[in-house]
Design a protein around this ligand. Structure first.
Ligand code: 3Y8
Ligand code: NAP
Length: 250
């Protein structure tokens, strides 16, 4: 009897939750609890950390989880590492549901940086209008470049003072729209866009809008993730479920 744990927080996880609900498979979707009101799902949800590898391993055993799908964001490296270790420890089959990274076209003006710190460093220089759409969690990285006028896109209104002296938050949750992002960039006379190479469709509007407006993008490359079985569409996950028993014989 399958009991699937989906590590969520992305469009892919939501799409899988719908496919799994339609297939009447028993599943639970897990959120870290990063935002006030995560999207509603057609399957039961749990919210909050598990308590590291041990916490996840014990959750798997206590809840008779038979399979785990890591459908977290490509930058959620800690969760992905913990999933590999906890599934090895409990002999639970694991697959990642991820999305290919974006690739620059001829018309793109990308400058690749390896991580958030390098993105902040690359912003050294005279004050500019910067669109910073990397979420709330990493704004401190940019406190080393206080000279800029930042437009911040956040899922929830900040409840603590922002670490940037000249910042305008815009509260919105994706998926975003190319024309609306073009208008946003123009309204704020944005000169450069900072983005994670998230892949997928939910976050790409600003990249397309930057290209339309001939704006440079500081593209933060993906961190390394551990080796694991990977799928890019929900059907591949269903096929995997159909063909892989559980070593624990449940
Ligand atoms: C809590 C749960 C769905 C999921 C939708 C996707 C698409 C819209 C676009 C911009 C970029 C960013 C950010 C983004 C997008 C989807 C997806 C995606 C980027 C929610 C959600 C949770 C989060 C967490 C949040 C992070 C932040 C990242 C904002 C739900 C809405 C920047 C990533 O303020 C904060 O603390 C936000 C933190 C983690 C990234 C970060 O670390 O900087 N996502 N986003 C998840 C949890 O609690 O486990 O309500 O759905 C989900 C979505 N956000 O069901 O359709 O799949 O990527 N999310 C990035 O890609 O750069 C916004 O503004 O242009
Ligand atoms: P992270 O740094 O990899 O994870 C840090 C800790 O948060 C994990 O060790 C775990 O805590 C907890 N956690 C993360 N994802 C979880 C989940 N789905 N369910 C339960 N606990 C979870 O993760 P993150 O970058 O903060 O991302 C947090 C969430 O936001 C993820 O669900 C991710 O999919 C979503 N998200 C992230 C980004 C991004 O750019 N990082 C973008 C879009 C969506 P314990 O160790 O206590 O278990």
């Amino acid at each position: 009897m399958i009991h699937l744990l989906i590590l969520g927080g992305t469009q892919e996880a939501s799409a899988l939750a719908k496919v799994v609900a339609d297939a009447n498979l028993r599943a639970v979707l897990s959120y870290a609890g990063r935002v006030a009101r995560p999207a509603r799902q057609p399957i039961p949800c749990r919210i909050g950390g598990f308590g590291g590898v041990e916490g996840l391993a014990s959750y798997i055993q206590t809840n008779n989880i038979t399979h785990v799908v890591d459908a977290t964001h490509p930058f959620a490296t800690q969760m992905s590492r913990n999933a590999v270790l906890a599934c090895a420890q409990t002999k639970t089959p694991l697959i990642a549901l991820t999305r290919p990274q974006w690739k620059a076209t001829e018309a793109d003006r990308w400058r690749h940086v390896p991580d958030l710190e390098a993105a902040a460093k690359a912003l050294q220089g005279p004050a500019q209008n910067v669109f910073l759409a990397v979420g709330r969690m990493h704004l401190d990285c940019f406190a080393t470049q206080p000279q800029h006028r930042y437009l911040l896109r956040l899922v929830d209104a900040p409840h603590t003072p922002l670490p940037l002296p000249n910042a305008t938050p815009v509260i919105a949750r994706g998926p975003f729209d190319r024309a609306a992002d073009r208008a946003l960039l123009q309204k704020h006379a944005i000169e450069i866009v900072v983005a994670k190479n998230a892949g997928g469709d939910g976050a790409r509007a600003k990249i397309d809008a930057a290209r339309d407006l001939g704006l440079p993008v500081l593209m933060i490359d993906r961190p390394d993730l551990p080796q694991r079985h990977q799928a890019t569409i929900p059907q591949q996950v269903l096929d995997w479920l159909a063909h892989c028993g559980t070593d624990r014989g449940v």
